[in-house]
Design a protein around this ligand. Structure first.
Ligand SMILES: NC(=O)c1ccc[n+]([C@@H]2O[C@H](COP(=O)([O-])OP(=O)(O)OC[C@H]3O[C@@H](n4cnc5c(N)ncnc54)[C@H](OP(=O)(O)O)[C@@H]3O)[C@@H](O)[C@H]2O)c1
Length: 332
């Protein structure tokens, strides 16, 4: 049996694309004691991957040239040399961009399919959903009745952030690019208001119009000009959750934020975070998410790009806005 892999060929300067990767095939490596051989089903595609392969600073070690691209994934155990895993178990772990990786059992978790399907674990119970949960509830200190603005609202983290804010009885405004995504947020997710930033010549004015009373919590997935517009519309005591800044990925000259002056006078707290810091509380978040999933209050589009060979194209889609919902590569 072969392990198909996608390796990093060169570091991107701007947005990553197929030219930065190369495909390769090797024989699968039989597991040693404490290891598992896994058939990958879904691979998570994440904006953070840009920083793992670029030449700039990153919060984790860079992927080496010639190595398989790093990624989290879900798969099924084909062979186990770890007593806690059996053949056929569904697991999540550090699959990378590989069809049949051999994984360390101590870095792999068994999926509890009583709380959600394999697809749920890839989407509304996955890391993007955990990010929305801890970002909004802990960092954003969400309170019922808050006016909540979410950028990147049609994406993996954003859709869940919008729905958690709805569940917590907040007034929710979403920002996304294009009529189709905005239609989904308005008609399917029933947000209170939606802003199509690609159709707005002045995003700050559009935010002021959609949030006439100001914003209590801004969940920022994008940074840049949209962050600046949101800062100008904050209320007294507002919280800004700095989750990500995808608009600045690969930017040669990052956007200079101008409206930080609002932070002092309005006693605003702006805080960044990494979901991994909350590792000890993942079970709490998944209990909340699976409860609302079962009750029909939470849904998430899984955007599946089928085929390992298309993983580089899938990664590029994040930066052009080609995905709606949580983006994964599927391997049949
Ligand atoms: N802090 C953490 O621990 C953590 C964990 C996971 C993810 N994140 C961050 O959360 C954010 C969302 O991640 P995700 O995985 O859910 O990705 P995603 O939102 O599913 O996909 C990225 C989306 O970003 C939007 N986008 C791309 N370029 C943009 C630009 N120039 N201006 C505005 N929007 C732009 C696109 O949507 P449109 O079509 O609407 O433009 C695209 O679909 C990212 O910033 C990511 O880095 C943080």
């Amino acid at each position: 049996m072969n392990n198909h892999r996608i390796l990093l060929k060169e570091r991107p300067i701007g947005i990553p694309g197929p030219e930065h990767f190369t495909a390769d095939v090797e024989a699968v490596r039989p597991p040693a004691a404490g290891e598992l051989l896994v058939a990958t089903r879904y691979i998570s595609i994440d904006p953070a991957m840009r920083s793992w392969i670029g030449a700039g600073p990153s919060y984790v070690r860079q992927v080496e040239i010639g190595q398989p691209m790093r990624a989290g994934g879900i798969g099924q155990v084909l062979e186990s040399r770890a007593p806690e895993f059996a053949v056929g178990d569904w697991v999540q772990g550090r699959t990378g961009w590989q069809s049949h990786p051999t994984l360390r059992a101590d870095q792999t978790q068994k999926l509890d399919l009583s709380v959600g399907t394999v697809e749920d674990w890839a989407g509304p119970l996955g890391t993007s959903a955990l990010t929305a949960y801890f970002g909004l509830r802990d960092v954003g200190a969400l309170r019922p009745g808050d006016i909540v603005l979410v950028s990147g609202a049609a994406g993996g983290v954003g859709q869940i952030a919008c729905q958690i804010a709805q569940i917590e009885a907040c007034h929710v405004i979403g920002i996304a690019g294009g009529a189709e995504k905005c239609g989904y947020l308005r008609d399917a997710l029933k947000l209170d208001a939606v802003i199509d930033y690609k159709a707005e010549p002045d995003i700050a004015a559009a935010i002021r119009r959609a949030c006439p009373g100001g914003i209590d919590v801004y969940f920022d997935n994008v940074g840049g000009e949209i962050l600046d517009g949101a800062l100008a519309a904050l209320r007294m005591g507002a919280r800004v959750v700095s989750c990500g800044r995808i608009s600045q990925a690969g930017a040669v000259e990052p956007y200079g934020v101008r409206n930080l002056g609002a932070l002092g006078g309005k006693r605003v707290r702006m805080q960044g975070f990494l979901v991994f810091d909350y590792h000890d509380r993942y079970a709490e978040a998944r209990a909340y998410l699976s409860h609302h999933l079962r009750a029909g209050r939470l849904r998430q589009k899984l955007h599946v790009v089928e085929g390992l060979d298309l993983a580089p194209q899938a990664l590029a889609m994040l930066f052009s806005g080609g995905n709606t919902g949580k983006l994964v590569v599927g391997l049949s």
